[in-house]
Design a protein around this ligand. Structure first.
Ligand SMILES: [Zn+2]
Length: 556
């Protein structure tokens, strides 16, 4: 169904007439640079960013001049703005199936997820013109490009100034796990898990001057190592070389940190959480990249150019190395599907890469100048704990919310057709702490658990999630309760009354009876008294460690 928004623009007689005139000019080869569509920011000589209605006008103007562009309505924001997915290719592919059959790699560019970070929005609009009408047209013979010009138009439109979050204050780049916004639900549900792009870029304003653009690949070691190595190696070098050919500085995200005690410098980054784009898509076996310009204050024209050139450099590399990229991604997917990943990583700590690098910091003595120092690169993340990967997870057949969460991530969930008696690993809660302030409308929960084995009868209707599947790495992160973005941490079991063990009576003087009166909700399994001490809850999510044969049906 057409939304009122797009129909409005299509019905705009002025636009249609104008576009028709340009098509005639284009067909006769008479389009000159001056007649090409201009973004709102360009028309305003960069005194402001391109407004939403200007953006919509512009993308349809460009489409009216090319055979290589299709536009899909992706979703509608809470304030009623249509979010568009643009498909570029020669020929353009309207569906994931045709993209797959084309044999070409597919790159997804998502701009402006933080509404106030406009560099990618403006640079992307310019890149669109280059790809559809300009000198980058030949790239479309070798790659499919999926392009979302603004995933957060509501945030970008806030007054008096654009905001990071959407109109409800959600930080949409923290929504990849629970998908509570329409916009990120659409990115995950309609783009990532349908098209399975090979490369997924998210454009932001962050990083550190004097670098015009900083770059980060999935940092979580759960992501496939060879896929990350390609992105950290030849892909990084190619984008850097392209940027430097345009006199633009390029480095890793995000910035310098100084040790106050030793005075030593290190190049650090931000926490790699799966709820963020560049971790999430890595867990889904894509090359996931952050492109961060300094800002958002400062020279919007330069920021747009930096994003445009960075994204162009990336597209050029993908076009020239399509075979390598596709084979690397396919190998990563195969390893995941075959269940070759044998560990679940539970916590992460930043460590140094071997050796040192040189980078720029603000010159302490000269205002507005930079000086080069040498330091370590503290962006290598190692697990603080590991657990053997389960063959499959089993959880209570009443936990539909968890089953649905997994299915929205394209993780296959089965339902047992008849009971199975087996030994499973269970989690007993040893500590449970709810956050002291709300986060994205949640009071997040961190638990620590101990794993123990027990005989169990899994009733008919129990949900089963096998690890050896495309979403297996993500499934483990969601179902092991003590990861940072588990279903348990996002409150999916709060309603069942998770309890930590009570302190031993000799520490508090409280009797077992007293403890029982304060515990309002019956414990879900466990909660037994042992020597006057209440044990922590046993969670209704189990691990099956040894392959078994089961009768089960995959949920539709
Ligand atoms: Zn951002």
């Amino acid at each position: 169904m057409q939304s009122p928004t797009s129909m409005h623009y299509l019905r705009s007689a002025g636009l249609l007439t104008w576009a028709a005139a340009i098509v005639l000019l284009a067909c006769s080869g008479l389009v000159t640079a001056q007649e090409l569509p201009q973004t709102g920011a360009e028309k305003a000589d960069w005194s402001r960013h391109t407004g939403y209605e200007e953006l919509v006008d512009y993308i349809f103007e460009v489409q009216g001049l090319t055979d290589n562009m299709l536009i899909r309505e992706l979703t509608v924001t809470p304030e009623g703005r249509t979010v568009f997915l643009i498909m570029l290719g020669d020929p353009p592919t309207a569906t994931p199936g045709t993209a797959w059959l084309s044999g070409k790699p597919t790159v997804l560019l998502v701009e402006n997820v933080h509404g106030g970070e406009l560099s990618g929005r403006e640079g992307g609009l310019q890149l669109l013109r280059e790809l559809a009408l300009g000198e980058l047209k030949p790239l479309l013979e070798k790659i499919n490009v999926l392009y979302i010009p603004s995933i957060n138009p509501d945030g970008a439109n806030r007054q008096p100034r654009p905001t990071r979050g959407n109109s409800h204050g959600y930080d949409m780049n923290r929504d990849y796990v629970v998908m509570e916004t329409a916009e990120i639900s659409a990115v995950v549900g309609q783009v990532l898990t349908r098209w399975w792009p090979d490369v997924h870029v998210d454009a932001h304003n962050g990083g550190s001057a004097p670098y015009n653009l900083t770059y980060q690949v999935t940092l979580d070691p759960s992501a496939d190592g060879e896929l990350v190595a390609l992105a950290n190696g030849p892909m990084y070098e190619a984008v850097k070389a392209h940027m430097e050919s345009q006199d633009l500085k390029f480095f890793w995200y995000s910035g310098p940190r100084q040790n106050r005690d030793t005075g030593e410098w290190a190049w650090g980054t931000t926490e790699p959480l799966v709820r963020k784009q560049h971790s999430y898509s890595g867990f889904q076996n894509m090359i996931a990249l952050l492109f961060e310009c300094p800002g958002p204050r400062g020279d919007l024209e330069l920021q747009a150019r930096s994003q445009r050139e960075g994204q162009e450099g990336l597209l050029r590399f993908v076009a020239e190395n399509g075979g390598l990229i596709r084979s690397t991604i396919m190998a990563a997917r195969r390893r995941t599907i075959e269940g070759a990943v044998d560990q679940v990583y539970l916590g992460l700590e930043a460590t140094d890469y071997p050796g040192t690098v040189k980078f720029f910091i603000r010159d302490p003595d000269r205002e507005g100048e930079y000086t080069e120092v040498e330091g370590t690169r503290k962006t290598l993340y190692r697990p603080t704990g590991t657990r053997q990967r389960a063959w499959a997870y089993a959880f209570d057949g009443n936990l539909h919310d968890i089953a649905n969460l997994l299915r929205r991530h394209a993780i296959e969930v089965e339902k047992l057709m008849e009971p199975v008696a087996i030994t499973v690993q269970k989690y007993r809660v040893t500590s449970a702490e709810w956050a002291d302030r709300p986060y994205q409308n949640h009071i997040m929960l961190s638990v620590e658990v101990e794993v123990f084995e027990e005989e169990e009868i899994l009733e008919a209707g129990t949900f089963i999630v096998r690890s050896a599947q495309n979403g297996g790495i993500l499934a483990a992160h969601l179902l092991d309760p003590d990861t940072q973005d588990s279903a348990v941490s996002w409150n999916f079991l709060d309603h069942m009354g998770i309890r930590a063990p009570s302190p031993p009576p000799d520490q508090t003087g409280t009797t077992a009876q007293g403890q029982q009166r304060t515990g309002a909700v019956p414990a879900m399994g466990g909660g037994r008294q042992r020597g006057g001490q209440r044990q922590g809850s046993v969670l209704p999510i189990y691990r099956i460690m040894t392959p078994i044969r089961i009768k089960a049906v995959i949920l539709p």
